[in-house]
Write a protein that binds this ligand. Structure first.
Ligand code: PGA
Length: 233
């Protein structure tokens, strides 16, 4: 069985205090469920804003939380004169994963295919695991991606997820292009019914959650559904 994967994308949300609160609640929920061994529970990752990385890492390390950190973007360049950028080498001091090509990075920050290719290269060079986001089955998916997330733009933050039928069709087409790496669905996954219906499709290994990841109770609940019912492959 492939291990279910739940990735939270906090986007541009949360303060230092709210981060502590989130992690404390996550810890309590995991304790309730008896989740301490990352091998024996869904893989949980949260992608936080850069300034929250040190705080989150310290808390996770101190309390041995079964949770990994990711960043939401990375500079396409290495160290050097690139004002405002955070390079992969520095991000790797705190995080293990990086989102590449999220729809909001493409839309609001006009990230190009070329930049995404550079970001992937930087991530791989500095041992950050890339989670490559694609809005449809028609985009090219770089072979160096380690995790792929199908996130249709019409479903992101709208409250209307893709239909399971359409997601299955797209998921199968994406699957045909990638090797045996995890494939996630993302876009308005909030409730039990959506989680169950997507898991049952058998093509997705888990979810990339935006809004639902802001509340640790919801985040863990979604992971719990997947785990208890062994719904994802
Ligand atoms: P949403 O966001 O869950 O709020 O729709 C998903 C995402 O952007 O990754």
């Amino acid at each position: 069985m492939r291990q279910p994967l739940v990735i939270g994308n906090w986007k541009s949300n949360k303060s230092i205090e709210e981060t502590h609160d989130w992690l404390l609640l996550f810890k309590e929920k995991c304790e309730e469920l008896g989740w301490s061994d990352p091998e024996n529970m869904p893989t949980c990752i949260i992608c936080v804003p850069f300034p929250l990385l040190p705080v989150a890492k310290e808390y996770i390390d101190t309390h041995h939380l079964p949770l990994s950190l990711g960043v939401q973007d990375i500079s396409p360049y290495g160290e050097g004169a690139y004002t405002g950028e955070v390079n992969a080498q520095l991000a790797h001091e705190f995080a293990s994963y990086v989102l590449i090509g999220h729809a909001e990075r493409r839309k609001y920050f006009h990230e190009t295919e070329q930049e995404l290719a550079f970001e992937l290269l930087e991530a791989k060079t500095h041992e950050l695991t890339p989670i490559f986001c694609t809005p449809s089955e028609n985009e090219s998916i770089p072979q160096s991606a380690d995790i792929v997330a199908y996130e249709p733009t019409f479903a992101i933050g709208t409250g209307t997820p893709d239909t399971p039928e359409h997601a299955l069709m797209v998921g199968n087409k994406i699957r045909a292009k990638i090797s045996a790496i995890p494939l996630l669905y993302g876009g308005s996954v909030y409730d039990d019914a959506t989680v169950k219906s997507f898991c049952k499709l058998g093509v997705f290994d888990g979810f990339l959650l935006g809004t639902a990841s802001l509340d640790p109770v919801v985040f863990v609940h979604i992971a719990e559904i997947m785990w208890k019912e062994q719904l994802c492959p």
